[in-house]
Ligand binder design. Structure first.
Ligand code: PSU
Ligand code: MN
Length: 302
C-alpha cells in the first residue's frame, strides 16, 4: 500500500471530516516564476481557508507522496530550479526512484483519489494542442478526467490549446463539462471562448450533487467545472490571439515537444504580454480555489 505524507493541517482535517481541496504543484514549479510562485501558492491556500475548507497541495518530495505541504516544503519546491513535471506516466516511477516532482492535473487527481479528496482547484487543464492532428499532443489530463472520480475546478482549458477539439475529446470520454453561471466555455485568460459549454450549473450545491450521483452510480471519472475568470481580470481573446499564435510558431520552429510544450508556451506568453498573463492567471486560480472550497463544503453537507 502506498504511504501518504499528510501535512499537519490536512491530517487534522481528515480526522474531523472537514472539507479538503487538493491543489496541484506544476503551476508552482512550471507555471510561475520564483518567488511569485510561492507567494501565489500560499495565497491560494489562504483563499481556500477563508472560504471554509482546508487546502492540500500535492507533490512528490524525495520519493514520498505529500498531501498538503508544510511551509518550508512549499518554499523549497518553489525555489528548486529543476523539478520533474509528473503526470500519470511518471508518478509511480518518481516514487520508486526517490525523486522529487511537481504534479500536473492528472497526477494530482490520482493523489487526491488515493487520499480521499474529491475536489481539486487549478488554473487550466491540459487538453488537445493546436496541430494535434499531426503532433498527436493530447494531455493526459483529459484521460484522467475520464477515469478518476475527482471534480476539477478550472478556468476552462488554456487558450493555447485547440478548444473545439478539447471539448470533442472530453465528450468522447464522457466527461461532464460544466460552465459555472454562464453558457459559454471559458478560455482561461478570457471568460468566453466563443464555444458553448455542454452543461451549465449555477450553484456549488448542484455541482456537489452531480458529483455524488456519479459516485452513487459507480461511474468512473470526474467532472470538469469551467469557472470563468472574473471580468475585471480578463484579457480579451482578441488581444491574446496574435500572442498565442506567435508563441506557438516559436515553439514549432524550435521543435519543442512533449511535456515541455505547455511550460514553454506559458513562458512565451508571459513575456509577450509583459507579465499580464501571469496577473490574470493568479486571479483565475484564486477564483477557482474559492469555488472549489464551496463545492467541497457542499459535498460534506450531503
Ligand atoms: N496551467 C497553468 N500552468 C501550468 C499548467 C496548467 O497555468 O503549468 C500545467 C498543469 O499542471 C497541467 C499541465 O496539468 O500544465 C498540462 O501539461 P500537458 O499539456 O503537458 O499535459
Ligand atoms: Mn502534451
Amino acid at each position: 500500500m502506498i504511504e501518504l505524507t499528510f501535512s499537519a493541517e490536512a491530517r487534522a482535517a481528515r480526522t474531523r471530516g472537514a472539507p479538503l481541496v487538493a491543489l496541484e504543484s506544476t503551476i508552482i514549479t512550471h507555471g510561475m516564476p520564483w518567488p511569485r510562485n510561492v507567494e501565489v501558492a500560499r495565497q491560494i491556500e489562504r483563499d481556500i481557508r477563508d472560504a471554509g475548507a482546508v487546502p492540500a497541495t500535492v507533490a512528490v518530495i524525495e520519493g514520498r507522496l505529500h498531501i498538503g505541504l508544510e511551509r518550508q516544503e512549499l518554499q523549497a519546491l518553489g525555489r528548486a530550479g529543476e523539478v520533474a513535471k509528473l503526470s500519470r506516466a511518471d508518478l509511480a516511477a518518481c516514487l520508486a526512484t526517490g525523486g522529487t516532482g511537481a504534479t500536473t492535473v492528472a497526477a494530482t487527481m490520482i493523489a487526491a483519489r488515493i487520499a480521499g479528496i474529491e475536489v481539486f482547484a487549478t488554473g487550466g487543464i491540459g487538453g488537445v494542442h493546436r496541430g494535434a492532428e499531426t503532433s498527436f499532443d493530447i494531455s493526459a489530463d483529459l484521460h484522467e478526467l475520464a477515469q478518476t472520480p475527482v471534480t476539477v475546478v478550472a478556468a476552462g482549458a488554456k487558450a493555447i490549446l485547440d478548444l473545439p477539439k478539447t471539448l470533442e475529446v472530453l465528450e468522447t470520454l464522457g466527461v461532464p463539462v460544466i460552465a459555472y453561471r454562464q453558457d459559454a466555455f471559458p478560455a482561461f485568460w478570457s471568460a468566453d471562448s466563443g464555444l458553448k459549454a455542454p452543461l451549465r450549473m449555477d450553484a456549488p450545491e448542484t455541482i456537489a450533487r452531480a458529483h455524488a450521483l456519479r459516485r452513487a452510480m459507480g461511474l468512473p471519472g470526474g467532472q470538469l467545472v469551467a469557472n470563468p475568470i472574473p471580468a475585471a481580470d480578463e484579457i480579451p481573446a482578441s488581444t491574446l490571439a496574435p500572442v498565442i499564435a506567435a508563441a506557438q510558431a516559436r515553439a514549432d520552429s524550435l521543435g519543442i515537444t512533449g511535456k515541455a510544450v505547455t511550460p514553454f508556451l506559458l513562458q512565451e506568453i508571459f513575456e509577450r504580454t509583459d507579465g499580464r498573463s501571469l496577473t490574470a492567471n493568479i486571479a483565475l486560480v484564486r477564483n477557482n480555489a474559492r469555488l472549489a472550497a464551496q463545492i467541497a463544503m457542499a459535498l460534506t453537507g450531503l
